[in-house]
Design a protein. Structure first.
Length: 202
């Protein structure tokens, strides 16, 4: 698949895209998140004239796509141990892993697990769930598969591209674990009460 094929497959699943100039380093704050779109025409027009550009995926907000970032094999192993503890049985088989769109950054050794968080009140920005595992919500972004920058080289994991698996719902057990974080608790209270902010935030 070409980079544009990757992008279009991701936008078909609700991912909002914005371009990153070739060789540009990823920054923690980027106002271009506000321009992220799923509009195929706009995206195709841009990359037809800037084929060497990379791209990023805006997390949270419209589309409700969030990304779980796992740093290194040790953290991945710990996360999988947690998943096994919450395994469910279907048709006599024990399910210990969620098949969702997944990428790896070959330079940083980070794994990117994509989830649909529609209807969930997840905290904005970056939230640490456990050692080496953080969730990217509204206002954060992740470099898209096929991107290569000064400090990143992102590719889909084998058999985990958007044409092979879906972006599945955010797991209930991860949401429960996330509620150990004060930011996540506040976000859920606001969702349930229909509030934009809590009293202490005013």
């Amino acid at each position: 698949m070409t980079k544009l094929d990757n992008i279009q497959a991701l936008t078909d699943r609700g991912c909002r895209i914005f371009p990153i100039a070739k060789g540009e380093a990823k920054s923690k704050s980027d106002q271009r998140i506000k321009t992220a779109t799923t509009d195929r025409e706009k995206i195709s027009r841009y990359f037809s004239t800037h084929p060497d550009s990379s791209y990023a995926i805006a997390c949270g907000g419209d589309g409700d796509i969030v990304v779980l970032v796992v740093h290194g094999l040790e953290s991945l192993s710990a996360l999988l141990d947690q998943a096994k503890a919450h395994a469910v049985t279907s048709d006599g088989k024990t399910v210990t892993a969620v098949k969702t769109v997944t990428a790896i950054d070959r330079k940083t050794k980070e794994f990117h697990f994509y989830f649909n968080a529609a209807g969930r009140a997840l905290p904005p920005g970056e939230t640490t769930i456990m050692n080496g595992v953080r969730l990217l919500g509204r206002g954060a972004y992740v470099l898209g598969p096929g991107s290569a920058t000064a400090n990143a080289l992102v590719r889909f994991m084998p058999n985990r591209g958007p044409n092979e698996v879906d972006i599945v719902d955010f797991p209930e057990w991860l949401f429960s674990k996330l509620l150990g974080n004060p930011q996540a608790v506040d976000a859920e209270i606001k969702r349930l009460a229909g509030l934009d902010e809590l009293a202490y935030e005013r």
